[in-house]
Write a protein that binds this ligand. Structure first.
Ligand code: PEP
Ligand code: MG
Length: 902
């Protein structure tokens, strides 16, 4: 950019200038405030500083040129509109400074309220509030507290301490009992704390307060908990946050004021109706932090009917406008309703499906859109088991079912302990009075979260729902004592390490471990629950959406399955074939002995005998699988791992031989085995004698497998079934490798198949970068390609599959080199490019070449969209992921360009 452009670049938007489509620039909150402003709803005036300004600030450590002037101009216009000046001693305008990123990150970044208050304007505020000094001093102490903590990193506990002290001095436990003098005293105490920690007085200049608060919000994008949350939620690290500067309205002006949070439908179950919490005489952060107990929103009808009716009216309008569940934050200032925020609300997985179905029924969206409103991660969650409560399990407490699921685990009381125990492989339940953003680490580590305070909109509830983690909040019979590491409930004491079970659907809490039962959604997929007869809104909604996904999708979905049982399950889950049948397990168990004979064979005859003994065993395996998959393709991969993996480990064998020799036993066989293990030892087995290389080096090995496959197919077909085998050669890097294997295989197939009508395809995995780059040549010899993205990632990045995730990926994630492990979600730019090149060049050489993927990525939602875009024919994944892949393949097919559905 030239300096002129920099100066002219627009960094600040009035609410009237934005709209909901500008989330990239204005963040979710800013874009939606603008949308509501333009709908004519009662939104306090304000402006939004763009995410671009934040990005520029974070890149250079200073505000971009032109920003200060634009803020000044917008502030002036805000002051004109309100008829008040920021921090004016007589009649002050106060503003809130609120973060708001493109994707909601509840409580992860900063907000400062009441900016503009100082020693003089506090008096003006009291006058403005009809002489309400208590309110003015309470607002001022809140500013110093939030500003100190957020902008200047003053430890929050010190303020809490001083507040507790003031309450103690007054002999109360409620903030509301503190009078104006108490609060004035508290302001004095807070200022001292501020001075002690920052070495300066609390800033009295309103504009300086504003600038520092804006800067702190920018910086909070990189706060530890925000970074962690983004990683968890897969939100890109470089988006930055917008900053909203909004004229303050006050919910703490007395009993006719208050603040609340509402949902237009139940975000937990999706049921129609209004849900929310209201807190009279309070400011917003009191509700979200779950610090004081709220009343149900319905009570507002009694407290302030006019505002209640207006709110309901607005909620209905917002739902119609956004065509979705909305969540809302509002404040009532002396009987006048103000909308502080709305957004398409986060919801549980079950609610997502149920609401999408309802909206179709209501004619607000069509089925394509419904498909877009749900995702595979949610479906996967719905497939988790639930508690099986047909035994004598009595709950000991009941709270709010804040985020569904069934979780049992050891009780812990701190985030740090949760992380520690989880790292040791323990399932833990994090128990707190209420959670705050600093608990994020522990919440991620825990199986479930239990709090004794707060409702459906408390921090714990919102964050847990976002993560898909089981949460019961507000179980107020539980008395939590964190320092003593115990809680008491119904006369019993539960210590750290004791096991509890929590049900995030019903809100019930049980002592001990409760057994679990499969989810209804799994029963539906398995065919044991008829969606038309189920009286469950969720199963009906899942059925409807899955039916549409299946009709819409272009990608077929297959499963990775190695046994008849797995194949059967995969088929029930909707698999249209097997995309990868790994044959290595067919060399394990009681067959090890035959494998040892094969490896130790000194003559061709000995080797042939060992292979002949393996042949019928393998043939039976294939018969079972082909029967289960009757009529559907089954891709069988020839043996892939290095053969020494089937022998005992070197160290163990060496010790056994030495001990046996010591005892004078006959160890000729063991010695031969030890010698073979030594001979076959490889420094880098993943890059050694495996895959197609085995087939080229060990005479008869692949031939035996090919024969077993062909014979099994013929048998199944002769028995009246239909077997469609596809033989797949692993680890091919050059067309000559494939040609050699294929020539031998074709001879055997021709001989075995005869006139049975069985057709056997021969193709290859593309899992070595060289194969991807010479795909045009390889396609000449392959009837299909299946991308082995596990090895392709390993060899594309040079990352050992077995080592790196534990060893150093944390650092790569921290540095943002990638946002998620490339073994989990396909690296589109690198490994994905190899896939794309191979797909294009393969199809150019052999039009119509069948293309699939059978690496783990086949069941990863993001990756499924990529494979759709590359034009593959199918993805193959573990049986349990098949429904997820079906759904995501459907979503990919109806996806509109540039949409996001987080
Ligand atoms: C792959 O490499 O992606 C693959 C499917 O094979 P395996 O995981 O067995 O190496
Ligand atoms: Mg592989």
């Amino acid at each position: 950019m030239t300096s002129q452009e920099t100066v002219d670049h627009k960094y600040v938007y009035d609410f009237a200038e934005g709209n909901r489509d500008l989330k990239d620039l204005l963040g979710g909150k800013g874009a939606n405030l603008a949308e509501m402003t333009n709908l004519g709803l009662p939104v306090p005036p304000g402006f939004t500083i763009t995410t671009e300004a934040c990005q520029a600030y974070l890149a250079t450590g200073r505000e971009p040129d032109g920003l200060a002037g634009q803020i000044e101009a917008h502030l002036e216009s805000l002051e004109r509109g309100m008829g008040r000046r920021l921090g004016d001693p007589h009649d002050p305008l106060l503003v809130s400074v609120r973060s708001g990123a493109k994707f909601s990150m509840p409580g992860m970044m900063e907000t400062v309220l009441n900016v503009g208050l100082n020693d003089r304007s506090v008096v003006g505020l009291a006058a403005q509030a009809g002489g309400n000094e208590r309110f003015a001093w309470d607002s001022y102490r809140r500013l110093i507290q939030m500003f100190g903590k957020t902008v200047c990193e003053v430890p929050g506990e010190e303020f809490e301490h001083a507040l507790d002290e003031a309450k103690r001095a007054r002999g109360t436990t409620s903030d509301l009992d503190l009078d104006a003098d108490d609060l004035r005293g508290l302001v004095g105490a807070y200022k001292k704390i501020f001075l002690k920690h920052t070495g300066r007085d609390f800033p009295q200049e309103p504009r300086e307060q504003l600038d520092l608060a804006i800067r702190a919000v920018f910086e909070s994008w990189n706060a530890e908990r925000a970074v962690l949350y983004r990683r968890q939620e897969r939100i890109p690290a470089d988006l930055g946050t917008a900053v909203n500067v909004v004229a303050m309205v006050f919910g703490n002006l007395g009993p006719d004021s208050g603040t609340g949070v509402a949902f237009t439908r139940d975000p937990a179950s999706g049921a129609q109706g209004i849900y929310g919490d209201y807190l009279a005489n309070a400011q917003g952060e009191d509700v979200v932090a779950g610090i004081r107990n709220t009343v149900p929103l319905q009570d507002l009808e009694r407290l302030d009917k006019r505002s209640y009716d207006e709110l309901l009216d607005i909620m209905a309008r917002l739902e119609g406008h956004y065509r979705d569940l909305c969540d809302i934050e509002f404040t009532i200032e002396r009987g006048k309703l103000w909308m502080l925020q709305t957004r398409v609300g986060k919801r549980t997985a079950a609610a997502a499906f149920v609401i999408a179905g309802q909206l179709v029924d209501e004619g607000l969206i069509d089925l394509d859109e419904a498909l877009h409103r749900v995702n595979g991660a949610q479906l996967a969650q719905l497939m988790f088991p639930r508690f099986q409560l047909d035994h004598d399990f009595e709950p000991v407490a009941r709270g709010v079912g804040a985020s569904p699921g069934a979780a049992s685990g050891k009780v812990v009381f701190t985030s740090a302990r949760a992380v520690e125990l989880a790292a040791e492989g323990e399932a833990v339940i994090l128990v707190r009075r209420e959670t705050n953003p600093d608990d994020l680490n522990g919440m991620i580590a825990a199986r479930g979260i239990l709090t004794s305070r707060g409702g459906k909109t408390s921090h714990a509830a919102v964050v847990a729902r976002g993560m898909g983690k089981t949460c019961v909040s507000g179980a107020d019979e539980i008395d939590v004592n964190v320092p003593a590491k115990r809680f008491t409930v119904a006369g019993q004491t539960v210590h750290e390490g004791d096991v509890v079970s929590i049900d995030g659907t019903t809100g019930k809490v049980y002592l001990g471990e409760v057994p679990v039962t499969p989810s209804e959604v799994v029963r539906y997929f398995e065919g044991t629950l008829d969606p038309h007869e189920a009286d469950d809104a969720l199963v009906k909604a899942v059925h409807r959406i899955m039916t549409h996904a299946d009709a819409a999708r272009r990608l077929a979905v297959r499963a990775n399955a190695d046994t008849g049982a797995d194949a059967a399950r995969a088929r029930r889950f909707g698999a249209q074939g097997i995309g990868l049948c790994r044959t290595e397990h067919m060399f394990l168990g009681d067959r090890r002995e035959l494998v040892e004979r094969l490896i130790l064979a000194r003559t061709d005859t000995e080797r042939a005998d060992a292979l002949a003994a393996l042949l019928p065993l393998q043939r039976d395996d294939f018969v079972e699988i082909f029967r289960e998959m009757d009529g559907l393709p089954v891709t069988v991969r020839l043996i892939d791992p290095p053969l020494h993996e089937f022998l005992p480990p070197l160290e163990q064998l060496a010790v056994d031989v030495a001990v046996a020799q010591e005892r004078g036993e006959d160890v000729a066989k063991e010695e031969a085995l030890l010698a073979a293990v030594r001979r076959m030892h490889e420094e880098n087995p993943m890059l050694g004698l495996r895959g197609v290389r085995l087939g080229l080096v060990i005479p008869g090995l692949f031939a035996m497998q090919v024969r077993a496959i062909a014979e099994a197919a013929v048998r199944v077909t002769r028995d009246g079934g239909s077997a469609c085998p596809e033989i797949m050669v692993p680890l091919v890097g050059a067309v000559q490798e494939l040609e050699t294997v294929r020539a031998e295989a074709e001879k055997i197939i021709a001989e075995v198949v005869g006139d049975s009508g069985v057709e056997v395809l021969i193709g290859t995995m593309i899992e070595v970068p060289r194969a991807a780059l010479t795909a045009g040549q390889i396609a000449e010899a392959a009837q299909f390609f299946s991308f082995g993205t596990n090895d392709l990632t390993q060899m594309g990045w040079g990352f050992s599959r077995d080592d790196v995730e534990g060893a150093f990926f944390w650092r790569y994630l921290e540095l943002g080199i990638f946002g998620i492990s490339p073994f989990e979600s396909i690296d589109r730019d690198g490994v994905g490019r190899l896939v794309r090149i191979a797909a294009e060049e393969g199809r150019a050489a052999r039009p119509g070449l069948k293309l699939g993927v059978c690496g783990e990525h086949g069941g990863d939602p993001e990756s499924v969209h990529f494979f759709h875009s590359v034009g593959l024919d199918y993805v193959s994944c573990s049986p349990f992921r098949v429904p997820v892949a079906r759904l995501e393949a459907g979503r990919a097919a109806v996806e509109t360009v540039g949409s996001d559905s987080r």
